[in-house]
Design a protein around this ligand. Structure first.
Ligand code: NCD
Ligand code: ZN
Length: 341
């Protein structure tokens, strides 16, 4: 149901989410589990998730942290890409949504990422044959504003060499990546909420904003505009993936700020506000759920969330144990839309 002042989203999903572990997991998991029907859980823990045992144990900790929301929240688990045997993949597949590939050293906890795409081919071939999707952090280690653009030819090569492999370009940030989506049928993409709103100017154009610093870094206005246009039009191969990536306040507000923006608590209200602002509310359902369900053949729990044009102030911080504090995107700001109980 959609009116200019309210929308009920059916089975909303976050197709790229960092939940961490331990105290941080306990603090942040309810912010996603309470209002989403499911989320794709990133495997870049320390050490990374590389075995079926680690995967199932982590899934258990996530559901425990989700508490009363666990029954209506489906964690879609991912393994950290490495060279896997067919036997290892077959054992993991029943518990697995996809495998996430990080190039070595491009982002938080990617030290065990791959050094060569060519060397990854045997595992990619197995994934293609078995129908396991490949999620990719597509950045090189080049000049920071060009890292995604430099990776696009690799996406093209992967899409051509593995035509039946379902490839997702994670958290795209450039107009060129949007254009690439239309060139290969097996390429898909997620985009974050914050990359639909901010540009590099918001991060570093005035006083430096550590809570907007993430990988890939926000780009130029024309990039943001192309991402936004594709999202508002509910491009059929584009999905919302928040890349909500919490770090403790002390790891963000320091010399050597960690990359990652914490967006989970305000994800749906902020997206409703954005789509309403642009008169595109009727396309929000496809962007936050239908596209992902169709692309991946998902069957998340039957859960609906109503958002309404009712102001809500984003908390200035979220606090957990012991002394853990995380600053969200839009901290202390009033949003025009909120989740209805
Ligand atoms: C993520 C994190 O903190 O785990 N950071 C980020 O800036 N997005 C990792 C990632 O998705 O790149
Ligand atoms: Zn991420």
């Amino acid at each position: 149901m959609t009116s200019p002042d309210s929308i009920t989203l059916h089975r909303p999903l976050d197709m790229h989410l960092h939940l961490r572990d331990g105290d941080m997991l306990r603090l942040v998991a309810p912010h996603s589990a309470s209002n989403l029907a499911g989320a794709v859980i990133m495997p870049n823990l320390v050490p990374p998730l590389t075995s079926v045992e680690m995967l199932t144990a982590y899934r258990g900790r996530i559901l425990a942290a989700a508490g009363p929301h666990a029954a209506s929240f489906q964690p879609l688990m991912t393994l950290f890409f490495q060279h896997y045997t067919e036997a290892a993949l077959a054992a993991a597949q029943p518990h697995l949504f996809a495998i996430k590939l990080y190039p070595h050293g491009v982002t938080t906890n990617s030290d065990s990422g791959i050094h060569s795409i060519d060397a990854a081919e045997p595992t990619l071939k197995l994934m293609e044959a078995m129908g396991i999707p490949l999620l990719v952090h597509g950045e090189t280690t080049g000049f920071v504003l060009d890292r995604e653009a430099e990776f696009l030819s690799i996406y093209g090569r992967l899409a051509t060499r593995f035509p039946r492999l379902r490839i997702v370009m994670e958290h795209i940030t450039t107009a060129a990546a949007v254009a690439l989506l239309d060139r290969f049928e097996n390429l898909h993409a997620t985009v974050t909420g914050h990359h639909l709103v901010i540009t590099l100017d918001d991060v570093a154009g005035g006083l430096l904003q550590p809570h907007l610093f993430c990988k890939p870094i926000a780009k130029r206005p024309e990039d943001r505009d192309a991402l936004l246009a594709a999202a508002l039009a509910a491009h059929p191969r584009l999905m919302l993936g928040s890349d909500s990536a919490p770090h403790p306040q002390h790891a963000k507000e320091c010399c050597g700020c960690a990359a990652g923006v914490y967006t989970a608590p305000l994800l749906l209200p902020r997206m409703a506000q954005l789509f309403a602002e642009h008169g595109a509310l009727e396309n929000l359902q496809a962007f936050v759920s239908d596209n992902a369900i169709r692309i991946h053949g998902l069957n998340p729990p039957d859960k609906s969330v109503t958002l309404a044009r009712q102001p809500w102030t984003v908390p200035s911080a979220y606090e957990g144990d012991p002394g853990l504090k995380v600053i969200p995107w839009e901290a202390g700001r009033e949003l025009l839309w909120s989740i209805q109980a």
